[in-house]
Design a binder for this molecule. Structure first.
Ligand SMILES: Cc1cc2nc3c(=O)[nH]c(=O)nc-3n(C[C@H](O)[C@H](O)[C@H](O)COP(=O)(O)OP(=O)(O)OC[C@H]3O[C@@H](n4cnc5c(N)ncnc54)[C@H](O)[C@@H]3O)c2cc1C
Length: 508
């Protein structure tokens, strides 16, 4: 990993190479950085987090099946030749080819899922004053790029349900997994206090999962394993009070999977005692348990979940996993009308004078994602009556969850993000972008459903599989996909240690 003290150092070490700035260190950005030829490009990653998260393992880390370290890859390491700036991309000047970066070294929300703009509640003049003072102190600065890759991912969607941002737990980053593990153990310890009455124990050991997609289902399955394999031995008297409920607004869970596999998973959950409540709308999440003496409330930190048409539910923790919301950076920094340098724009249809037309980045009307062509170049379109025209930016690409390819419907998954990143890196390394187009190669989807069972849908050469065979495939796939040898060694070690000696449930 190249370190640098000033922008001049970065310029000095650049030599003859083009500078590629990658925004984001997730599946898209990190994979691309690993694959780019550093002899050809000076690669600079800009991200508020200094590590990559292997998201499929987050649920396992949140219940202690794996240690947090196993789901992380530090960006700064001995082998990585890229430069890294720990900061937020705040703005992009497409005309002058610069990115405005705000440092994020001591960001208090580091490691936690993002749910709303960090500029929320500030008007334009407040932002300008703040930015002026940050520029003076060096917290806000510009960096020039030759090529820009936008891979900033998405935020968590809360649909504005009151109390969710404040009181729910999310599962998108390692800080979230840590918070969940801590809270789980708090619930058990609180329930174990001799002064806690049974009606409070029943509520505080009720864990609600909102969202029946793969993340919500895998978390419920991991939690079920923790409760029945470890907590049952450590807190035998409390197991009768535990309960896991999955809520979903749609009539079925795991709708991405083949219906037979989804049914297999639902039946397996029913046998395991996990309650799946579909067609349920959550109205609010508030602090305090319903129908509990106020003297007991203050010390026991439970929550009340209000479900439309049903009595209030007292719960110990709510895991919120209802999908994605577009990263506000896309709206704030990229959707404004800007001047585009003519040599950056390749027109699909003739325009007399590009400078006289106002352009904006194309965004998907449903999701707000950046629209790219099938060479992953960002598409732009003029405002007003010229709206049917289109062009693309030669040196600006968007990959991962924050982007979609025009007229294609690929899912927002790590699989798509990493395939796009690998494809783009190869094209840039060989400088043959014009010769080929990106096409997604679906390797199938899988989900762990608990008790050493999984479901696998459409895996190449395997088809649809459920049960223990699927579980072996699931574990094998994640082990094979782990990035570093350090984690490839650590992961099976923790799987073995926790199987042999139980999960480590220390709370710190
Ligand atoms: C718990 C969980 C389990 C999952 N399991 C699977 C699975 O099994 N299989 C699968 O295919 N997919 C899975 N996914 C989905 C997968 O993780 C996402 O599709 C993938 O992370 C998208 O990659 P990305 O790089 O686009 O975004 P992310 O991985 O979210 O990375 C975005 C990066 O951008 C950074 N960033 C944000 N704003 C800015 C900014 N303004 N400036 C600079 N950087 C910024 C973030 O800090 C982050 O580093 C799972 C997701 C979760 C949450």
């Amino acid at each position: 990993m190249a370190a640098f003290g000033s922008k001049t150092d970065l310029d000095r070490t650049r030599d003859y190479r083009e500078r590629v700035i990658i925004l984001g260190s997730g599946w898209a950005g990190y994979t691309l950085c690993q694959q780019l030829d550093h002899k050809k490009y000076q690669v600079v990653i800009v991200s508020p987090r200094s590590y990559f998260v292997f998201t499929p393992l987050l649920a396992s880390t949140s219940v202690g099946t794996l240690e947090f370290r196993t789901a992380l890859e530090p960006i700064r390491n001995r082998r990585n030749k890229a430069s890294f700036i720990q900061g937020w991309a705040d703005n992009v000047d497409l005309y002058n080819k610069t990115v405005t970066i705000e440092e994020a070294v001591v960001d208090p929300n580091q490691g936690l899922a993002l749910t709303g703009s960090r500029h929320e509640g500030k008007d334009q003049s407040q932002l300008q004053t703040e930015n002026a003072s940050k520029s003076k102190s060096g917290q806000l600065f510009d960096l020039r790029y030759d090529k820009l890759i936008i891979g900033v991912g998405c935020y968590n969607q809360t649909f504005g349900v009151p109390g969710v941002i404040q009181h729910a737990n999310f599962l998108k980053d390692v800080g979230d997994a840590r918070k969940i593990r801590k809270r789980l153990l708090e619930c058990f310890e609180t329930a174990a206090l001799p002064t806690t009455p049974d009606n409070v124990r029943r509520q505080i050991l009720h864990f609600a999962v909102v969202g029946g997609g793969p993340t919500g289902i895998e978390f419920s399955a991991e939690l079920h394993d923790l409760i029945h394999e470890d907590m049952a031995r450590i807190y035998p008297g409390l197991i009768k009070f535990t309960k896991i409920t999955v809520f979903d607004v749609s009539p079925n869970v795991l709708s991405q999977f083949d219906s037979k596999l989804a049914k297999f998973a639902s039946d397996h959950f029913a046998r395991s005692g996990i309650d799946i409540r579909t067609s349920r709308r959550i109205q609010s999440l508030s602090p305090g348990l319903p129908d509990v003496d106020p003297h007991l409330q203050s010390a026991r930190l439970g929550l009340t979940l209000q479900v439309k048409g049903e009595p209030d539910e007292g719960i110990g923790m709510c895991i919120w996993s209802t999908g994605l919301m577009m990263n506000p950076f896309i709206q704030q920094a990229l959707s404004e009308i800007r001047r585009f340098p003519p040599n950056e724009v390749i027109f699909k249809s003739k325009v007399e004078d590009a400078q006289k037309v106002d352009w904006h980045i194309m965004q998907d009307p449903k999701t707000g994602s950046i629209v790219t062509n099938d060479r992953l170049r960002v598409l732009i379109t003029p405002d007003g009556p010229h709206g049917a025209m289109k062009a693309h930016l030669r040196d600006v690409f968007a990959i991962g969850d924050c982007s979609v390819i025009e007229n294609k419907q690929y899912p927002a998954t790590a699989q798509v993000a990493s395939q796009k990143a690998i494809w783009l890196a190869r094209r840039l390394n060989r400088q043959d972008l014009h010769t080929t187009r990106f096409a997604f190669n679906n390797m199938g989807i899988m989900a762990y459903i608990g008790n050493w069972r999984a479901i696998v849908d459409g895996a190449k050469g395997v088809g649809n599989v459920s049960g223990r065979t699927a579980w072996v495939l699931w574990r094998g796939a994640y082990l094979a996909k782990s990035i570093s040898w350090r984690n490839r060694i650590l992961i099976p070690m923790y799987w073995f240690l926790n199987w042999a000696f139980g999960r480590d449930i220390s709370r710190f």
